[in-house]
Ligand binder design. Structure first.
Ligand SMILES: *Cc1c(COP(=O)(O)O)cnc(C)c1O
Length: 391
């Protein structure tokens, strides 16, 4: 039997990413492929950079999309800024912080780990103590929006501390970009990476990054070459850099970049502040509905990410069964708990195009049905009314 074309179903994506991709972005992906050194394509690359500067709120010249997923953006920041023998302070309050440690170690650098309980923002006082105890640290790295727990950390304060103690800051904004306030220049972030498949609602596979002038100076004056050829910013600059001739480095993911361009145009049309406010509104409505169903949040309201809602699975409700039923009966995806939260927590995403009223309504009614089928007692109508009052 010959294998035939793959036609995926339409799903509603309310997990930790990817999020629902807007039809405008899907349409952009199917536009004609042109050469990656075609002058028209190069013009579009420049527009992507300008739009990314807006999204990141930065004037950094070195702001561009790395041709690989968020994890590659993470690696790009670490391999370019760290050399063998360097020291980096890494904040861990969830899964993605532990990945930063892996990156530091693989650079041949030493990781000083500052742990905070899962579900809490990074402990600023503990970070300051680590900075004091390690005056030779070169980098302070942390995750702005921990997707494994749904907690947001005080990036402004942490970057301020990095500056005060003469460290470069590396900030993971994969889930925060486009979803909650992020000001790269105002906060003095030195290296930042993000992803396209979370609050930008684009397809996965691209990682926007941005480096401050201070970070560029460090990259340019390295003693050892960056151990990753593909992610060496010194080389990538020849392809994505300002003005001058574009030299071939690798073939850009041309159509994927059309998608990113379209998603950033949409962000510009909506306005960053409005996008942040929309995520907040949808979260408030979802939270009211879930609370009315008797479901509790993992993270205190003060530190809660509107785009990633971690909730405790009620007693007696089967995690895997509920998620399977949501997928089969409602074509609705939510996320499972990661690491310490596996089996205990659901992660409900309201990212980008997924952060809209019809998704909030669907999630509440579908989740209530799946739990009721297991004997859980709740009032769907009351929960929908509680959400509707805030929409
Ligand atoms: C999703 C995510 C990543 C990894 O991005 P990929 O595109 O899956 O490689 C990194 N950090 C955080 C906080 C994330 O949520």
């Amino acid at each position: 039997m010959p294998i035939t074309s793959f036609h995926p179903p339409h799903r509603t994506l309310m997990g930790p990413g990817p999020s629902d991709v807007h039809p405008r972005i899907l349409e952009a992906l199917g536009r004609p492929t042109i050469g990656h050194l075609d002058p028209l394509f190069v013009g579009m690359m420049d527009e992507c950079k300008a739009l990314l500067k807006y999204a990141f709120q930065t004037e950094n010249a070195l702001t561009l999309p790395v041709s690989a997923p968020g994890s590659a953006g993470m690696e790009a920041c670490f391999v370019n800024l760290l050399e063998r023998g360097d020291k980096a302070i890494v904040c861990v309050n969830g899964v993605f912080g532990t990945r930063m440690i892996e990156n530091v170690v693989r650079c041949g650098a030493e990781a000083i780990r500052v742990d905070t309980d899962w579900g809490k923002p990074v402990d600023v006082a503990a970070v300051e103590a680590a900075l004091k105890a390690n005056p030779d640290a070169k980098v302070l790295a942390f995750v702005h929006a921990e997707t494994s727990t749904g907690a947001v950390s005080d990036a402004e304060k942490l970057c301020q501390l990095a500056q005060q103690y003469d460290c470069l800051s590396i900030v993971d904004t994969v889930t925060s970009l486009g979803g909650v306030p992020l000001y790269v220049d105002k906060w003095g972030v030195d290296a930042v990476y993000s992803g396209t498949q979370k609050c930008l609602s684009c397809t996965p596979g691209i990682s926007p990054v941005s480096f401050s002038d201070k970070a560029i100076a460090v990259i340019k004056s390295r003693k050892q070459p960056v151990q990753s050829w593909f992610l060496d910013m010194n080389l990538i600059l020849g392809y994505w850099g300002e003005g001058g001739k574009r030299a071939y480095h690798h073939t850009a993911p041309i159509n994927a970049l059309y998608g990113l361009h379209e998603s950033l145009v949409m962000l510009q049309e909506e306005g960053l502040e409005h996008a942040w406010a929309r995520h907040r509104t949808m979260h408030n409505a979802l939270a009211a509905g879930l609370n009315a169903l008797g479901i509790e949040f993992v993270v205190d309201a003060e530190y809660r990410l509107p785009q990633l809602n971690s909730v405790w699975i009620p007693e007696g409700v089967d995690d895997a069964k509920v998620r399977a039923q949501l997928l089969e009966e409602f074509s609705l995806e939510i996320g499972a708990g990661l690491g310490d939260f596996a089996g205990k927590v659901w992660r409900i995403g309201l990212m980008g195009f997924s952060a809209r009223a019809e998704n909030v309504r669907l999630l509440i009614s579908a989740l209530a049905k799946a739990m009721q089928d297991q004997g859980y007692q709740c009032d769907v109508e009351a929960a929908l009314a509680a959400a509707e009052a805030l929409l």
